[in-house]
Design a protein around this ligand. Structure first.
Ligand SMILES: CC(C)(COP(=O)(O)OP(=O)(O)OC[C@H]1O[C@@H](n2cnc3c(N)ncnc32)[C@H](O)[C@@H]1OP(=O)(O)O)[C@@H](O)C(=O)NCCC(=O)NCCS
Length: 162
């Protein structure tokens, strides 16, 4: 990773992160929200969540000193108190992305390892995520296992956003 660094995102990164979020999601689907409105909304959302130390969210970015090249985010969420020897927090890993021109050089793996080691340090029980078919082999190589136990209930389609 010569010249590149991984660090925790700050408020100053949120606009660039929101732009990359749009780029990421537009790679896998057709946006129904105008780009400028989404970037505004997402920047504001991220600024509230990615304040270091003030929320359950944490985001790491790959930075080349000039621009961001990738990111991964984690949200910790509580479990119920438990009287047996079991950890009481889970983590949701999301928004894992490296810009296409920098893929397959190990940046994704480095980001993922960073996030997972932070989760471990927070005492998380399980780290969960929704994988795409293409990303599964990377997750497996980093120690994530497919669960037979998770069930999901999906909401309907979002019809419009005012
Ligand atoms: C997933 C992603 C962040 C990996 O970043 P990266 O820097 O290329 O990762 P690495 O170089 O460390 O590892 C490469 C591995 O990524 C996976 N990968 C390759 N292309 C991919 C793609 N288009 N989408 C997802 N994963 C991919 C493969 O497991 C690959 O390993 P392989 O070459 O042995 O098959 C990057 O491919 C990406 O941004 N993809 C689009 C967004 C996405 O799918 N995010 C994950 C959603 S669950």
């Amino acid at each position: 990773m010569g010249g590149l660094g991984i660090r925790v995102a700050t408020s100053a990164d949120c606009r660039a992160l929101a732009e990359m979020r749009y780029r990421f999601r537009a790679e896998v689907g057709s946006p129904t929200e105008p780009r400028s409105r989404f970037v505004r909304r997402c920047t504001s959302w991220m600024k509230k969540r990615f304040r270091v130390g003030s929320s359950a969210w944490r985001c790491w970015v790959v930075d080349d000193g000039d621009q961001l090249l990738g990111h991964v985010c984690v949200q910790l969420f509580e479990k119920m108190p438990n009287p047996v020897n079991e950890r009481e927090v889970h983590a949701y890993l999301t928004n894992f992305y490296v810009v296409p021109e920098m893929r397959s050089r190990g940046l994704g793996r480095t980001l993922l390892k960073k996030a997972l080691s932070w989760c471990r340090a927070q005492g998380t029980d399980a780290v969960i995520l929704w994988a795409t078919p293409e990303s599964k082999s990377l997750y497996r190589r980093c120690g994530l296992l497919q669960s037979n136990d998770i069930l999901e209930f999906r909401g309907g389609t979002l019809r419009g956003r005012n």
